[in-house]
Unconditional design. Structure first.
Ligand SMILES: [Zn+2]
Length: 465
């Protein structure tokens, strides 16, 4: 008797269930036959005993391994266990297969589950007359059907005689749609599984570093920008709306998550690799998008360039050209430089004669706003030109000081001439600024011009009677 033919994407484990059910073969008898032990515990995703199965049921053990178990995925992500795993799966070493599959368990003793999609079940029954367990649904921690965007439903396996789980059934389950990201992640994971099923490649964590470098997550010194990377990655994982957070970074500062993945210190859960790779693939798409559009936009870009050049030749100013073509001033300048029109960028207002005039007036001590008015430029430009001449700033400061000194002295002298009977207090009150400026800078002169202080008035003591 042969095993029932494999239906599309059917697990080997599922075929065994159908074999026992259809042929009314007692499970213990089947196990005794294949594994030599009527209580053998077999793993649904890494089913061992392939050599024995192939010889009894005339199957290709390689096909069984590559197409009806999840071994290709495990062998890809855990290359160090590849030889051990294939040896265990071909033999009847259930123990090693189960132990290696535990790499993908959150807790060592977590109960094994098989996952199913309620819509797939209905379609399978309609099309093949039977519901069966799909391989893609069993990818560790994937929670969405990659065909129907439905949340996968977990079915617990019995501890002994796991084949007794029987066919999947959707009688008591409600259809629940999964999030878009969860769905796309499931599709991505299916793609990885299918590729690895064709031929197994060895996973290298170094490939992540290369991709990250292309995406700008690596410094010039070759260090990963962990803060930015984790922040972006965490933002993405929080959009997954995942039923369990066991395999997601716990926070934006969960650096261990990334470090373990990148430096592969310990084997990580398969889902973490899939999740990170899916995110990386998305990044590539978003980064490449502008490149694709830029190819399409080459024509329009050259049109803008041509327009810019013709306007430059007409002698328009940089700012008016930038307004007309809707590009920055820097863009216009770069076009001018690249087409050898640098002379157009030379200053038009601050030419040599204007500069000479400004400096001349500045040496003469004119106020900056007065100079600006005379040569029709801004006071900022005047200040800039003054600061370029050695010693001019100090000279102008000295002039200002002298001017102030003369002005204030004059103010005090005139006040005294107008108010002949004034006393010190009056001058201090009416010429406050001048008084204090001279008090600090020219105290001797101030003392010499101020009226003599009136002697303090002594009030006679009132005698008590
Ligand atoms: Zn489905």
């Amino acid at each position: 008797m042969r095993l029932p033919d494999a239906l599309p994407d059917e697990l080997l484990f599922s075929r065994m269930i159908r074999y026992c059910n259809v042929g009314a073969v007692p499970i213990s008898e089947f196990l005794k036959n294949v594994y030599g032990d009527h209580r053998a515990s077999i793993n649904p995703i890494l089913t061992s005993g392939l050599s024995s199965l192939s010889s009894i049921y005339c199957e290709s053990k390689n096909n069984l391994l590559m197409e009806q178990t999840l071994a290709p995925l495990f062998m890809h992500y855990y290359p160090q266990y590849k030889a051990k795993l294939s040896k265990a799966i071909f033999s009847t070493d259930n123990y090693t297969a189960i132990r290696l599959s535990l790499l993908s368990c959150v807790r060592e003793h977590a109960q094994l589950t098989l996952k199913m999609c309620p819509v797939c079940i209905q379609e399978d029954i309609r099309q093949f007359g039977v519901a069966y367990w799909h391989r893609v649904h069993q990818i560790p921690a994937i929670e969405s059907c990659c065909e129907h965007q439905q949340q996968l439903v977990h079915d617990h396996l019995p501890k002994r005689l796991k084949l007794a789980v029987g066919y999947p059934s959707s009688f008591e389950t409600d259809n629940q749609e999964s999030s878009d990201e969860s769905f796309h992640l499931a599709q991505f994971s299916r793609q990885v599984l299918l590729e690895e099923s064709k031929s197994i490649s060895n996973f290298r964590s170094a490939s992540y570093s290369e991709k990250l470098s292309n995406l700008g997550y690596v410094t010039k010194n070759g260090r990963i920008r962990r803060v930015k990377l984790l922040s972006d990655f965490y933002t993405f994982t929080s959009q997954l709306h995942y039923p369990s957070s066991n395999f997601l970074p716990s926070s934006e500062s969960d650096f261990k998550y990334i470090t373990n993945l990148l430096y592969n210190q310990y084997s990580q859960h398969i889902f973490k690799y899939l999740l990170f790779e899916y995110w990386l693939s998305k990044q590539r798409v978003t980064r490449k998008a502008p490149e694709i559009s830029s190819e399409r936009g080459v024509d329009s870009a050259s049109k803008v360039e041509q327009k810019c050049l013709s306007l430059l030749k007409q002698g328009l100013s940089i700012s008016s050209i930038s307004k007309q073509i809707g590009k920055s001033r820097t863009y216009v300048k770069s076009i001018a430089y690249s087409s050898g029109m640098e002379h157009l960028l030379k200053p038009t207002k601050l030419n040599a004669s204007v500069r000479g005039k400004v400096i001349e007036l500045a040496w003469k001590g004119f106020h900056r706003s007065e100079i600006a008015k005379r040569v029709s430029i801004s006071t900022g430009s005047v200040e800039m030109l003054i600061s370029t001449v050695n010693g001019l700033v100090e000279w102008r400061k000295r002039c200002k000081y002298e001017s102030k000194r003369r002005c204030y002295k004059c103010q005090i002298i005139r006040y005294k001439q107008c108010h002949l009977l004034s006393i010190r207090k009056d001058i201090k009150r009416d010429c406050n600024a001048a008084f204090y400026w001279l008090y600090y800078h020219q105290p001797e002169w101030l003392e010499s011009v101020l009226p003599k202080p009136s002697p303090p008035h002594q009030y006679p003591r009132i005698k008590q009677k």
